[in-house]
Ligand binder design. Structure first.
Ligand code: ADP
Ligand code: ASP
Ligand code: MG
Length: 451
């Protein structure tokens, strides 16, 4: 049985980070790892922003200088790099007219970030005496044709991943694949959506039925809140699959929202570790959660959300209304996140408001529509929320001066979710974190200080 080890963009950002990855892989050598790697941090953004090849010189230079610094013999990689440069130049030089064509070209260009980082890491591992081979992920991850956000075709992906990777693993070779990228059955390059390397790791893990999927990143596991907002956030030792899924979905970027699904289906534990501090334990996500002394495990948040409210007296006692309403979102291929209903109104939140004008036009046939952009969702998560009364009251009294809408307790009852105005989200998360996670002494001290 092997394991999957996925290293994110910051873990392969420069020569020092890559050296670190090589030593982390070396420590797991006995576990027969399959390595998945993101593009060097910032490379995907740079490739997406590129309109001409000249704007990418910095990206190529970064790869060139890292390979010179690390590889004793960098000739093969230098060749790979110049052929990438040439291919990207050709792709950018033939501007696409139709939007669908543009997305296809975009996927082809952006894929080079992962192609190059995986080539570099495979070379480096070999130099460290770990027999490794770069495997083109497009031979394993087979997807539909939804460019920039493709969905894997599971049967094909599992079969191809097994046939490409198992012979290598069984003969003691470490396969190194770029995450995030895939190909259609016809071999056209696709991508799985931003942050999708985690998803690649989970798909390969499920296909190979590994004993653990490890996500190596720049923080020690899943923390009690986003550390950029709450610097004192702490690592959570254990999370259930459902807790991790809710957190990922509602903004904890450390785990891509789609990562958990393949792991659940095969009951594979997912471990989130820090590539800069590999000795720290990180977070283990599995079927069972630890029984936490604290009811709340973590607080996630997500900004840039739009809420939509549809009010109609026609809803009263009528069936078919909700179906008609959701058909509008279906038609415009827009995902709805949180939904709440009353007798005469439905409120919901959207992440992607790009189709909103057309959606509103259709919704206005059903009732009065009110749109509020600039909202944020806060999600309080913990298996212990199930059956613990008073959490909502604590949440609301902590942020009583902030207007809360769209209150929802998910069907699983392990999350409590609501929307507030975007400008106050950092303040709200900080205060909630203090309420649910500060030690008693710390809290008392703060109160005394206030008086
Ligand atoms: P990678 O490039 O390794 O995939 P990401 O940037 O996608 O890394 O995810 C890691 C980042 O997620 C962290 O640096 C942190 O800022 C952010 N993050 C947001 N919420 C959380 C959370 N609850 N726990 C840990 N990290 C979080
Ligand atoms: N490189 C891709 C991105 O930046 C995928 C990933 O890092 O997971 O979105
Ligand atoms: Mg990520």
């Amino acid at each position: 049985m092997s394991i999957v080890m996925k290293f994110g963009g910051t873990s392969v950002a420069d020569a020092a980070a890559l050296e670190n990855v090589a030593s982390v892989v070396a420590t797991e050598r006995e576990a027969a790892p399959v390595v998945v790697v993101s593009a060097m941090s910032g490379v995907t953004d740079a490739l997406l922003a590129a309109t001409d090849i000249a704007s990418l010189q910095e990206v190529f230079e970064r790869h060139r200088s890292v390979s010179r610094a690390l590889l004793e013999d960098d000739e093969a990689f230098a060749e790979r790099l110049s052929s990438a440069e040439q291919e990207i130049a050709e792709l950018l030089g033939a501007p696409a007219e139709r939007p669908s064509e543009r997305k296809r070209v975009q996927d082809a260009v952006v894929s080079f970030g992962e192609v190059l980082s995986s080539a570099l890491l495979a070379e480096l591992l070999n130099q460290h005496g770990i027999v490794a081979r770069q495997v083109d992920a497009r031979r394993c991850i087979i997807t539909d044709e939804e460019h920039t956000n493709a969905a894997p075709l599971m049967t094909e992906t599992f079969a191809r991943s097994k046939s490409e990777l198992l012979p290598l693993v069984e003969s003691g070779v470490v396969p190194v694949l770029g995450g995030f990228i895939g190909a259609t059955a016809q071999g056209v390059t696709t991508t799985l959506g931003r942050g999708g390397s985690d998803y690649t790791a989970a798909l390969l893990g499920a296909a190979l039925d590994v004993s653990e999927i490890q996500i190596w990143t720049d923080v020690t596991g899943v923390l009690t809140a986003d550390p950029r907002v709450v610097p004192e956030a702490q690592t959570i030792e254990r999370l259930s699959y459902s807790e991790a899924a809710e957190l990922a979905y509602f903004g904890a970027k450390v785990l891509h929202p789609k990562t958990i699904q393949p792991a659940i289906e095969s009951s594979i534990p997912v471990r989130i570790c820090n590539s800069r501090a590999p000795q720290e334990a990180g977070t283990l996500v599995g079927p069972q959660s630890e029984t936490s002394p604290r009811t709340v495990k973590a607080i996630a948040h997500k900004s840039g959300v739009t809420t939509v409210q549809i009010t109609s007296l026609r809803m009263l006692g009528a069936y078919g209304f909700l179906r008609a309403l959701f058909e509008v979102f279906d038609k415009h291929r827009t995902v709805v996140d949180v939904v709440t209903t009353s007798e005469v109104s439905v409120s919901l939140s959207l992440d992607d408001a790009s189709a909103l004008p057309a959606i509103v036009e259709d919704l206005e046939r059903l009732g009065t529509v009110r749109v509020e952009p600039g909202r944020a969702i806060i999600c309080v998560v913990g298996e212990g929320l199930r059956g613990t009364p008073g959490i909502a009251a604590r949440v609301f009294s902590t942020i009583s001066d902030i207007n809360v809408t769209l209150i929802s307790q998910g069907a699983s009852s392990i999350n409590f979710t609501f929307a507030i105005e975007e400008e106050r989200v950092k303040e709200a998360v900080t205060r909630l974190h203090e309420e649910f996670f500060a030690t008693k002494r710390h809290k008392r001290h703060r109160t005394e200080g206030k008086v």
